[in-house]
Design a binder for this molecule. Structure first.
Ligand SMILES: Cc1cc2nc3c(=O)[nH]c(=O)nc-3n(C[C@H](O)[C@H](O)[C@H](O)COP(=O)(O)OP(=O)(O)OC[C@H]3O[C@@H](n4cnc5c(N)ncnc54)[C@H](O)[C@@H]3O)c2cc1C
Length: 271
């Protein structure tokens, strides 16, 4: 997907530069418009003193939600699921009963680490041979934890998988762990390990990150927010960037129809 999106951007005359951490907007190359794929906290840091106090207060009040703890595994074979259908699924959600899932998620919101967490697991090598050497497999899983948690959930996640796939633990060759801190170091948008760009409750659906008609706009001229901390929120749908681009185009008087071919959907991201 990343290659396809980059190729599309290049075909339109764009250029992608990676490997640079932006610490101030002043470090950016010369530009006409800036779409910042970052959250409110980073925006406050990068924009410095140039923002009006009211906007600073609104962004400071923005709330981040639970983080995630993630494990990547190298496996000697496929996960031996009890339910055959799970061996045909790219992603498996492990929680037992509905009540059990609700209790686990409620515990996380209360600042606790559930003994039986709700585990989201993917097993890409079942469908993509490039993901593991022949005969072996890879998989990864995460569970929610309180924001900024430093607790390792490895054993609890592996117990949950073992519960639904007896023999799983014997197939683990190696593992790599991502705590909330390591996740945030890897991607500063994951504040406290929150991969959703902030709490997504009713209040923050309407106030993402501010409660104005076009929350992509910022008080800075030609500077826009386009991350998961804008509507419609976290996920790989790309719509935050799409609507931010629409906001830019309508400001410039060149608004495209959302149904037009090649409608703008590129999201500027510097890494
Ligand atoms: C393990 C995991 C599983 C997920 N599973 C799903 C799923 O199944 N379905 C789903 O819809 N969503 C999923 N998500 C969430 C989804 O990936 C995010 O909500 C989404 O990518 C956020 O998009 P974004 O544009 O806000 O930011 P990002 O995709 O995080 O892009 C921002 C980019 O900017 C870079 N950046 C940030 N600050 C700076 C800086 N100062 N200088 C330079 N570069 C910077 C970051 O490194 C990053 O590359 C998952 C996330 C994770 C981590």
């Amino acid at each position: 997907m990343a290659d396809a999106l980059t190729a599309h951007l290049q075909a339109l005359g764009g250029e992608v530069r990676t490997g640079q951490t932006i610490r101030s907007f002043e470090n950016l190359p010369k530009h006409q418009t800036l779409l910042a794929d970052i959250g409110p906290r980073a925006f406050l840091q990068l924009a410095g003193d140039s923002l009006p106090p009211r906007y600073v207060r609104q962004l400071s009040e923005y709330r981040y939600g639970p983080g995630v703890f993630k494990v990547d595994w190298a496996l000697s074979g496929p996960i031996p699921w009890k339910a055959a259908a799970c061996s045909r699924a790219g992603t498996v959600h492990l929680g037992g009963t509905w009540d059990e899932i609700a209790a686990a998620e409620r515990a996380v919101w209360a600042g606790e680490h559930p003994e039986r967490p709700f585990v989201l697991l993917t097993q890409p090598s079942l469908f993509d041979a490039t993901r593991a050497p022949s005969g072996s497999h890879t998989a990864w899983a995460y569970c929610h934890v309180p924001n900024g948690s430093t607790i390792r959930m490895t054993a609890r996640i592996e117990n949950q998988v073992e519960r639904f796939a007896p023999g799983f633990k014997q197939r683990i060759l190696a593992r790599s762990l991502l705590t909330t801190r390591r996740l945030e170091a890897y991607n500063p948008n994951y504040v406290g390990g929150d991969i959703n760009g902030g709490v997504q409750d009713w209040r923050q659906l309407l106030r993402r990150p501010t409660s104005v008609l076009r929350p992509y706009d910022t008080p800075l001229r030609h500077v826009y927010l386009c991350s998961a901390s804008t509507p419609p929120g976290g996920g790989v749908h790309g719509l935050c960037g799409y609507y931010a681009a629409e906001a830019v185009l309508s400001t410039r008087g060149t608004r495209h129809s959302p149904h037009a071919q090649n409608a703008p959907s590129a999201q500027a991201s510097q890494q």
